[in-house]
Design a protein around this ligand. Structure first.
Ligand code: B12
Ligand code: SF4
Ligand code: SF4
Length: 225
C-alpha cells in the first residue's frame, strides 16, 4: 500500500471527477460523531471517510413549486445511481492498491422506524469541507447550496485530510418560507422530522412519487452557482 497520502488523494479525486462527481473531500472518520450503525467488521475501524457530492440539475429543480415532480423523482434516482456506482468503482481502485474500502449507499435505510442509515453523509461532508448545515437541515455548499447529493467511502488507504469550511446562512430564510410542512425554523435543530416525514409520505402516496422525497427546500437553496 502506498503511504503517499497526497498522491493517493490526487489520484482518487481525479478518478471521481472523471465520473461526474462535483465535490471530493476527505475527513477523519469518527463512528460516534457520524452516528454510525456499522460494526468494525463493516468499516467502523477505518480511519478515513471520503465524501463525494454530485450536483443536481437546476432545470429539473426549477420544475418544483410546492411538491416533488416525476422528473425530480427520476433525477433523484439517477443521482443515487451515479453516487453509488462511483463509490463502488472507487472502492475497487482502493482495493487494488492493497487497502480496505467500504462504500456506504447514498440512500439506504437501516432503521425504518427512526429513519436512520448506516451513517450520516451530511456529517462526513461537513467535516470534509463541503459546507455547513443550513436552516433547511441540509448540507449547504457555498457554490451549489443544498443542490448536491452525497456518498461516503470509508477506507484505511492513507489520505490527506480536508478541513471544514466557515460559512452560514446569513439573513437568508428562503427555505423556511417555502417549506409546505412548516417543518423548518431559524436553526437547523428546529427541523421538525415528523412534520416533514408526514408530508413526504403523502407525496409518495398521492402523487405517484413512490419515494420519500420533496425537493422544495433543495430548490430554494441554489448557492452562488
Ligand atoms: C432517512 C433520511 C431522510 C428521512 C429523515 C431525515 C432526518 N431524520 O433528518 C426523510 C425521509 C424525512 C428525509 C428527508 C429528506 N432528505 Co434525506 N436522508 C435520509 C438518509 C437516507 C439517512 C439519514 C440518517 O440516517 N441520518 C442519521 C442522523 C443521525 O444523521 P443526520 O440526519 O445526518 O443528522 C446529523 C445532524 O442533524 C446531527 N443530529 C441529528 N440528530 C441529532 C441529535 C442531537 C442531540 C445532536 C446534537 C445532533 C443531531 O448529527 C447528525 C450527524 O452529524 C440520508 C442519507 C445518509 N446516509 O446520510 C438522506 C439525506 C440526509 N437526505 C437528503 C435529502 C436531500 C433529503 C430531502 C430533501 C428529500 C429529497 N431528496 O427531496 C429531505 C430533506 C429533509 C430535511 N430538510 O432535512 C440528502 C441531503 C443532501 C444535502 N445536501 O444535505 C441525504 C444526505 C442523501 C444523500 N445521499 O445525499 N431524509
Ligand atoms: S435557503 Fe437560505 S436559509 Fe435555507 S439553507 Fe439555504 S442558505 Fe440557508
Ligand atoms: S423536504 Fe419538503 S417538507 Fe421536508 S423540510 Fe424540506 S421543504 Fe419541508
Amino acid at each position: 500500500m502506498k503511504a503517499d497520502s497526497e498522491g493517493n488523494y490526487k489520484e482518487l479525486k481525479a478518478f471521481a471527477l472523471k465520473q461526474g462527481i462535483a465535490l471530493f473531500g476527505v475527513a477523519k472518520f469518527d463512528p460516534e460523531e457520524a452516528r454510525s450503525l456499522l460494526s468494525d467488521r463493516e468499516g467502523n475501524d477505518l480511519p478515513f471517510a471520503i465524501s463525494m457530492g454530485v450536483r443536481l440539475s437546476r432545470t429539473v429543480l426549477e420544475g418544483i413549486v410546492d411538491r416533488p415532480t416525476l422528473l425530480y423523482q427520476w433525477h433523484y434516482r439517477q443521482a443515487n445511481y451515479l453516487l453509488d456506482r462511483t463509490a463502488f468503482l472507487l472502492s475497487l481502485q482502493i482495493q487494488d492498491k492493497g487497502a480496505r474500502a467500504m462504500p456506504i449507499p447514498a440512500s439506504q435505510i437501516v432503521d425504518w422506524k427512526c429513519q436512520r442509515a448506516h451513517l450520516s453523509h451530511k456529517h462526513v461532508a461537513r467535516l470534509a469541507g463541503h459546507g455547513w448545515i443550513g436552516r433547511n437541515n441540509l448540507l449547504v455548499n457555498p457554490r451549489f447550496g443544498a443542490q448536491v447529493r452525497y456518498v461516503t467511502v470509508l477506507t484505511d488507504l492513507p489520505l490527506k485530510v480536508d478541513e471544514p469550511v466557515e460559512g452560514d446562512c446569513g439573513d437568508c430564510r428562503a427555505c423556511v418560507e417555502v417549506c409546505p410542512a412548516e417543518a423548518l425554523g431559524s436553526m437547523p435543530e428546529e427541523y421538525d422530522f415528523h412534520r416533514c416525514f408526514e408530508n413526504l409520505k403523502t407525496f409518495a402516496r398521492e402523487h405517484r412519487i413512490g419515494h420519500y422525497i420533496c425537493g422544495v427546500c433543495v430548490r430554494a437553496c441554489p448557492g452562488k452557482g
